[in-house]
Ligand binder design. Structure first.
Ligand SMILES: *Cc1c(COP(=O)(O)O)cnc(C)c1O
Length: 382
């Protein structure tokens, strides 16, 4: 037993794929502290800089006063509190769907919704670059899993057009987590209508960032359809934790009855859903945060234009710099760290082979000066 685990760990190390963790001493933000040292960080998904917002911290304290700490049970037993309920209503209204249902994480939301809607004999169509949680959800569901090349709608259509399955589900990252590009949702919806399929949109990186007042990808494209099942997470731009599915009444009722990752788990602490009510208010009210991300993103792209490394064409705060080989990406990452700058190196299997990259994440908590410091360091290191 142990010798096999040890062998696998060694093998991962020898390929330059070993992963380890940094331990933050304080809060998330543009500046973080690790082992007594300060770093400028471009790692977090806290795009709007809300994770440490004073009004959110205040809301968590109020939520604890009102609800205590733990939910105490699953939603279906006795763990469903008014703060969960009010948040679900607010999220449905904000994203433009009849109903919404809270989950404890995006990973669990994806696992729950896919297995609740499709199973043996059904078919799932998914983009090759989808997030791992969607892939795992597909495997867990026992449906036939068909992956199409990234954004290749012609191949998707050729597969859909010959399908005999009773129930079909097309699923995609709305904003791709490691590339920062956006799925052509309107075109996907046309295919789903033509071939009678559900369309599951994972908007983990779009919610709070794109669309009118940060309402997400559906608002960004101005779409509305009963085929759309919308998933977004609450631990990224919303700055807290958790996730939700929004959709039609029947979809949400189906989840309450059949989504195992909803049923067999303790509800999120009600103080968090209480804080999330404030978070949604901040997302809407502080529009300057989105404008700032746009400004920082443009500034970074302009300053990295002439690098030897390829910048992926992203207009999102996710800005990947493709380095290629695992060792080289780790070297660049380490040299940046020596200069007091943290940028995560993303390697296979999270991304395809030979496309190891620095994944720069910008946040409204950064300043132009911060971005200039990063750009200057990268120009020096290339
Ligand atoms: C982060 C992420 C998830 C998982 O959400 P958690 O709440 O962190 O579990 C799902 N899908 C995508 C695209 C993500 O980036």
């Amino acid at each position: 037993m142990y010798s096999e685990s040890t062998r696998r760990l060694h093998s991962r190390k020898s390929k330059g794929l070993y992963r380890d963790r940094l331990t933050l001493e304080g809060s998330q933000g543009a500046n973080v502290s690790i082992a007594g040292q300060d770093y400028l960080s471009f790692c977090s998904n806290d795009y709007l800089g809300l994770a440490n917002h004073p009004e959110l911290i205040q809301a968590v304290c109020e939520g604890a006063q009102q609800y205590g700490v733990g939910a105490g049970a699953s939603h279906l037993i006795i763990g469903h509190h008014t703060s969960h309920h009010n948040l679900e209503e607010m999220l449905a209204d904000f994203t433009g769907f009849p109903r919404a249902l809270l989950f404890s994480s995006g990973y669990m939301a994806n696992a729950g919704v896919v297995s609740a809607l499709v199973g043996r004999g059904d078919e799932i169509y998914s983009d090759k670059l989808n997030h791992a949680s969607l892939n795992d959800a597909a495997m867990l569901s026992n449906a036939k899993w068909i992956r199409y090349p990234h954004l290749d709608l012609a191949i998707l259509e050729s597969r859909l057009s010959v399908s005999q399955a009773k129930c079909k589900l097309v699923m995609t990252d709305a904003v791709f987590s490691m590339d920062g590009d956006i799925a052509p949702v309107a075109e996907l919806l046309v295919l789903c209508e033509k071939y009678n399929a559900w369309l599951l949109l994972d908007d983990a990186h779009g919610f709070g960032v794109v669309g009118n007042e940060g309402r997400g990808i559906v608002s960004h494209y101005g779409l509305s359809s009963p085929r759309i099942i919308y998933m977004a997470t609450l631990g990224k731009a919303a700055g807290v934790s958790g996730a939700f599915i929004a959709g039609q009444e029947v979809v949400i009722e189906t989840l309450i009855q059949y989504a195992r990752s909803y049923i067999y788990t303790t509800a999120m602490p009600p103080l968090l859903s209480y804080a999330l009510l404030k978070s949604i208010e901040l997302i809407r009210r502080e529009g300057w945060r989105r404008r700032k991300i746009t400004q920082l993103t443009e500034y970074l792209k302009n300053n990295l234009k002439f690098l030897r490394w390829t910048l992926l064409p992203s207009d999102m705060p996710i800005q990947p710099v493709i380095i290629g080989e695992n060792r080289e990406v780790m070297q660049v990452r380490n040299k940046l760290q020596n200069r007091g700058i943290l940028v995560p190196a993303i390697r296979p299997p999270t991304v395809p082979k030979s496309s190891a990259r620095l994944r720069i994440s910008l946040s409204a908590a950064h300043s132009i000066k911060d971005v200039e410091r990063l750009a200057a360091a990268l120009r020096e290191l290339e």
